[in-house]
Design a protein around this ligand. Sequence first.
Ligand SMILES: O=C(COP(=O)(O)O)[C@@H](O)[C@H](O)[C@H](O)COP(=O)(O)O
Length: 365
Amino acid sequence: MVRTTVSVIKADIGGLAGHHIVHPKLKEIAASELAEAKSSRIIEDFYITSVGDDLQLIMTHRKGVDSSEVHGLAWNTFKKCADAAKELGLYGAGQDLLKDAFSGNLRGMGPGVAEMEFEERPSDPIVVFMADKTEPGAFNLPIFKIFADPFNTAGLVIDPKLHSGFIFEIMDVIESKVVELSSPEDMYDILSIIGTPSRYVIKRVFRKVDREIAASISTTRLSLIAGKYVGKDDPVAIVRAQAGFPALGEILEPFSFPFLVAGWMRGSHAGPLMPVSERDARPTRFDGPPRIVALGFQVKDSKLIGPSDLFSDVAFDETRRMANFIADYMRRHGPFMPHRLGPEEMEYTTLPEVLKKLEGKFRHE
Ligand SMILES: O=C(COP(=O)(O)O)[C@@H](O)[C@H](O)[C@H](O)COP(=O)(O)O
């Protein structure tokens, strides 16, 4: 049986009008690079889109996860786009390409990667999530709800295939360590760490009965690679749906609540995560508010059928209205916490430079 790999690889390689949107020319270049790779069978299929100023390469292939050929293809594509971004004078051209030379894998190089390999079911629906102006830990709350909260996912109670629960692989991004915890039995332990999303990030989820991959989330923290703020990580995730996995509607349900995430202006503010259509993935207000797009595909013979732009549903209108209301409320705090993030998270922004200047002005009392 053929195994298919889905790779979602993204990078911010330059924005039109600041950190706003991707110029169409960059999408054209990426499309022509991936079309060539498809004809030479490096990949089987692809879909290109953008969310805010992040270029998104959604690809299927048969080379497995961490394939140097596929990662190399993404790297070279981003490099070509970055060159074009420089020529066009786009803002932050090449921003997420933090290393000079590709050395076989994108890990630690800047672009965000979510990948999974599986044997296709007769019908295999997936959801690809792409966020802008936030960090990977933003997925902790919705992924937990999808795979562990029976008030969100009815199937955890009703469906025998989901009833034994899921295994969460959680990464400590500061110490580069992972831990596996199982739901429902380790639920309180899971929550005790993923409630600190700046440090503990859900990386993968497996179905407990057979360890089948259920979700994969990018964990790149750009500031930890670069040692300073170089734009937000803007994570991506892949989630499998239906027939032994949560239903499409159970996967989307957590996003009907515009929960607060870290990011927004200068990566330094808490704000509501707004679910939007591809058309509305153009953050402007205070460089945000942070937003997320969800695309639904069927994977068939390693080809991508679709997508359907899932948050374009009017059922999310009320969430967007609430997100705008929360954005107003949070903005009125100006430079005060908890709108502005706490000192630990501000360490990787430009605030420490400002505080340093003040050091000499303090006197003991
Ligand atoms: O967080 C931001 C950009 O993140 P992004 O590139 O979208 O990951 C922005 O809010 C910038 O920090 C802000 O526009 C200031 O940018 P600079 O003028 O310092 O480049």
